[in-house]
Design a protein around this ligand. Structure first.
Ligand code: SAH
Length: 437
């Protein structure tokens, strides 16, 4: 589960029922305290309503026979998007967290409109366009939006089941920050039954979804595969295309499609909630990159589909403490011509900085050119355009006493080689200075 997810510890059902009395009749009293029967559909609905009411101030109405979303699992996906957003913000010059609106496009929002409701209640600057094909779900989604007073921020649109999944993006003049999607998982009713028998999904809970919600031709792999194909045309109309996936095999399939289209800027993560395991994938056509802890889940089974590394970690054996390295790092960065350096935050000080380069000024060739006062080859356009944004910080090697590490995150830029060359230059200079101490 995401480290910021507040539902990491077992719920206190008694306290929850006090805050939402309709849950009371569903409490079961066991030796270990109060619980609810997760196999009882009504109990599950009351639980979701109770959590949304107490912890998010939201009111939810669902028709019978439609999915009842478990809040902790849905929140995991939102929290991962928050991480992505925070990483992406480093590429912006002001790094202002209170920047304008974040525009989200939720595909298949369901009767609950759960992602828009959760997203808006936890982020005052998020706005959603949400699509749905099922008329009954659309009706309820709109009602859920209006009874929470969110009509100004959540727009529910009817999707054409035979049209493009991302078609509304094409027609919109808004640039979206994210798509998000919890696609119908299955390809057929047989697959639903098989997977229930194999207890592949939600082993402890009843499945409350209707066929329209759970089944799509070709299953989730095909659905998200279509999103990838459509995104190739849309490109930067949306900064990050993302989707949740229920099966590891779908993840592999989607990565292959991305690679077929030469999309190397992608990220994958795992969303774990109790015994339920989900995956999420994000891809982008812009030049902003995500650090490995967010986008490169190190699971041995996924080695072959992991994206290229965006985080380089160099242990500094010679360093006794981060405090010893900070002034060295500061002076090494200050010695790079034309580099602008800002602290990531006032608290991080000089141990965590964002360096912006307008061209390669550190290579031997660039320095020789400067020394010989030869005309610099970079044209004026290249000089004014950011070529590289690199977060440079000091970390520590957990478990190894006093092992300081130098960590480089590729935040933005087109040229991976430029990032690697910058990191290796800074590392060589820092190590060189440490050796002399
Ligand atoms: N987002 C909700 C519902 C997910 S179920 C939740 O997380 O609980 C998947 C939803 O996608 C269903 O409501 C289904 O009706 C909808 N759907 C299926 N095909 C679609 C399409 N082409 N465009 C938009 N929504 C679609």
């Amino acid at each position: 589960m995401h480290t910021r997810n507040p539902y990491q510890h077992p719920l206190d059902f008694l306290a929850l029922a006090q805050a939402y009395p309709a849950l009371k009749t569903h409490l079961i009293h066991t030796l270990h305290g109060a619980a609810i029967d997760f196999k009882n559909e009504t109990a599950q609905r009351r639980l979701t309503e109770a959590i949304l009411h107490r912890d998010f101030g939201l009111r939810l109405d669902l028709p019978s026979g439609r999915l009842c979303p478990p809040v902790p699992n849905r929140l995991n996906y939102i929290l991962w998007l928050e991480d992505v957003l925070e990483a992406v913000a480093l590429a912006e010059p002001s790094n202002d967290p209170a920047r304008g609106h974040v525009r989200v496009f939720d595909i298949g929002t369901g009767a609950s409109a759960i992602y828009p409701l959760l997203g808006c209640s936890t982020h005052p600057n998020w706005k959603f366009t949400a699509t749905e094909v099922d008329p009954l779900s659309i009706r309820y989604a709109r009602q859920n939006v209006s009874q929470n007073g969110l009509e100004e921020r959540i727009h529910i649109v009817q999707a054409d089941p035979d049209g493009g999944i991302l078609a509304p993006l094409e027609r919109s003049d808004v640039t979206y920050d994210f798509t998000m999607c919890n696609p119908p998982f299955y390809a057929s009713r047989e697959e639903v039954i098989q997977s229930a028998e194999a207890k592949e999904f939600e082993p402890n809970a009843v499945c409350t979804g209707a066929d329209t919600e759970m089944i799509t031709p070709g299953g989730e792999a095909n659905f998200v595969g279509r999103m990838v194909q459509e995104s190739v045309q849309l490109r930067d109309r949306c900064r990050w295309f993302t989707s949740m996936l229920g099966k590891m095999s779908s993840l592999t399939h989607i990565v292959h499609i991305l690679r077929e289209h030469a999309v190397t800027n992608y990220a994958i993560t795992e969303l774990v909630q109790g015994q339920t395991r989900r995956w999420a994938i994000a891809w982008s056509y812009c030049d902003v990159h995500l650090p490995d802890p967010i986008g490169r889940l190190s699971h041995h089974a996924l080695q072959s589909i992991l994206p290229p590394r965006n985080t380089l970690v160099q242990p500094l054996q010679q360093a006794a403490s981060p405090a010893q390295v900070v002034p060295i790092l500061t002076s090494v960065l200050a010695s790079v011509d034309g580099l602008t350096v800002r602290q990531k935050s006032p608290e991080s000080g000089a141990a965590d900085v964002i360096a912006t380069a307008y061209g390669n000024t550190w290579s031997r060739a660039a320095r020789r050119k400067k020394r010989d006062a030869m005309p610099v080859e970079m044209d004026s356009r290249a000089q004014s355009e950011v070529q590289l944004v690199c977060r440079t910080r000091l970390g520590s090697n957990l478990g190894e006493e006093s092992a300081v590490t130098l960590v480089f995150d590729w935040v933005a830029g087109k040229d991976r080689g430029l990032f690697e060359s910058f990191a290796s230059h800074v590392e060589r200079k820092v190590v060189g200075a440490l050796v002399l101490m």
